[in-house]
Design a protein around this ligand. Sequence first.
Ligand code: AMP
Length: 271
Amino acid sequence: MREGVRIGFVPTMGALHEGHRALIRAARLRCAALVVSIFVNPTQFGPREDLAKYPRPIRQDRALCRKEGVDVCFEPTVEAMYPNGFQTMVTLPTIARRWEGEARPHHFSGVATVVTKLFGMVRPHLALFGQKDFQQSVVVRRLVQDLNLGVEIVVCPTVREADGLAMSSRNIYLSPDDRVRATTLYKSLQTGAEAIRNGVVDGEAVRSAMAQVVKKEPAITIDYLAVCDPTTLEPLPTVTGKVVLLGAVRIGPTRLIDNILVVAKQARRKF
Ligand code: AMP
């Protein structure tokens, strides 16, 4: 199938929302055959995480795929993906260690393994991922390069609710009060971006400005807020060029992640 027709691929865990729809539409424009996978991948969940209760509205998901002109909705079973005897895992020790990797130690190994398997099964020419999961997109780019997978990776902008909250299948876990508070993370990232645009170059000063915003909400705890190089994800003591502001917070039982890309003032002047 790979020869002749350009195959686009959008891997998902289902519970599809407007963020997924944007990836599907972006893919549709770039390929002749479009595959969407729906697979709640157990190897990327920690033992105390939400694997069992992860939403699985499969009929709605299929309807969305149909409406968006998806050619194949690929729904492998856990047994098909991880049969008895399965043992090969893909790990990225450095890039997967920080940030999400600290809170979720085996998460990116699960992601890298399932993405490698799905690419092997679907054999796409291009695959689309969301900026929403910024570290994941960095991991996938690295994986494709390191293992010569030959798949073009396209990263699409984060789709947000009207009040700025990044869309996520997990937002349904938020109570009505927590849903209101949840915008704090994006506000904090925007505050950091604004500081950078206003010429603040000290990475710690930017981070601290972001933290101030979250600390005003006693119901929210910070997992991490960071000012990083968008390729290595290493924290930047001094902000120059393109940077990514990363954040993860906990609101009650729910963990939210988000990020913003921003270009520092000095770098922008050069263009
Ligand atoms: P998931 O189903 O959560 O594994 O996500 C599948 C793909 O959709 C990943 O590439 C995510 O980064 C992407 N995605 C999830 N939420 C959003 C969003 N709000 N905007 C854009 N892409 C998203």
